[in-house]
Design a binder for this molecule. Structure first.
Ligand SMILES: Nc1ncnc2c1ncn2[C@@H]1O[C@H](COP(=O)(O)OP(=O)(O)OP(=O)(O)O)[C@@H](O)[C@H]1O
Ligand SMILES: [Mg+2]
Length: 325
């Protein structure tokens, strides 16, 4: 579906000197797969994506998408190719003076579709992304997740064969991110569209992608099966990303309970806590609340089940526990 063959991209600037944004990129993305590209800021991810729809031309090397050599196409050919490539962005890039409905209609108008075709298509797409009830709203009246749903509907308007996503969930909170990823997954399942997902969040890759590439300083430093790379990351940058996921996950699963308890009963609960240290439970006496009415505030943190377990054991033995948070 996509082949990048020895691709190099240099941004030339007489003022600031040359920037080598991509160096010897060799990459193949298969039809119908969801391919992830991760890398730190400035690694060259967006540049790579812009080569795929011809917004940038490589300095050398060849870019082929769906059998067409993008790197050698004329502007006129590229306009045709771009109709079959949808793109969604971190900051949505919606038209603020147009309603939701009109935003989705826009690419269809550009493609010269009839009024009837446009009406049917936009209605179907808004239904698909769960925004039919907001058709007449303006982007400024929508939440971030809803704005991205408009972006997705618009990207799908001309039935693309390829969807490019540049940090599509980076401006969204975790819950909204999850719902957008779910929507992308459903769309992939229903249409079999090829997707290229750029992200700096490994959790996005994990939830969505089958294969991935890791970029650093304009180069692909590692690529392969997502599961393989997660289980056996070889390059330090890949390792760093995989570890970031573990921290991300651990933080999201961290649970805290706050107990108030008589100071002279503290001795008795240490045994309950000590027994759970191995499971990652930690306990702290909160200094500012200490010794109020002979009671202290105790914060217990750790994996949810272990914390709940500890709290239960303590509460059973200590009727003096007066509050849980
Ligand atoms: N139009 C441009 N002109 C000059 N240099 C550019 C241009 N676009 C990008 N660059 C440079 O090319 C390199 C790669 O940039 P790119 O935007 O592809 O990185 P990225 O991986 O998408 O980063 P981010 O995660 O911050 O979006 C950077 O050093 C950047 O400064
Ligand atoms: Mg970028």
């Amino acid at each position: 579906m996509i082949v990048l063959d020895h691709v190099e991209k240099i941004y030339r600037s007489p003022k600031h000197g040359d920037v080598v944004a991509l160096e010897d990129i060799r990459l193949e993305i298969r039809r119908g797969e969801i391919f992830g590209i991760v890398g730190h800021s400035g690694a060259g991810k967006s540049t790579l994506l812009r080569l795929l729809n011809g917004l940038e031309k490589p300095t050398s090397g060849r870019v082929t998408v769906n059998g067409i050599t993008i790197s050698e196409s004329s502007e006129r050919e590229l306009r045709e190719v771009r109709k079959k490539i949808g793109m969604i962005f971190q900051h949505f890039h919606l038209l603020w003076s147009r309603t939701v409905w009109e935003n989705v209609a826009f690419p269809l108008e550009l493609a010269g579709k009839s009024k009837k075709e446009i009406r049917e298509k936009v209605d179907t797409l808004l239904e698909r992304v769960g925004l039919a009830h907001r058709a007449n709203a303006y982007p400024s009246q929508l939440s971030g997740g809803q704005k991205q749903r408009v972006g997705i509907a618009r990207a799908l308007a001309n039935d693309p064969v390829l969807l490019l996503c540049d940090e599509a969930t980076s401006a969204l909170d975790p819950e909204t991110t999850a719902s957008i990823l779910e929507l992308l997954k459903e769309i992939h399942r229903d249409t079999g569209i090829t997707m290229v997902i750029i992200t700096h969040e490994m959790s996005v890759v994990k939830r969505l992608c089958q294969r991935m590439a890791v970029m650093e300083d304009g180069k692909i430093v590692e690529q392969g099966n997502v599961e393989t790379l997660f289980n056996n990351p070889r390059h330090p940058v890949t390792r760093q990303f995989v570890e970031s996921l573990i921290t991300e996950k651990a933080e999201s699963e961290q649970h805290t309970a706050l107990l108030r308890i008589h100071a002279d009963k503290l001795d008795r609960l240490w045994s309950h806590l000590a027994a759970r240290v191995k499971q990652g439970v930690t306990a702290t006496i909160l200094p500012d609340a200490a010794e109020q009415d002979d009671r202290v505030a105790l914060k217990i943190s750790g994996p949810k089940e272990a914390v709940q377990d500890a709290v239960e054991a303590i509460s059973e033995e200590n009727r003096e526990v007066i509050s849980h948070v």
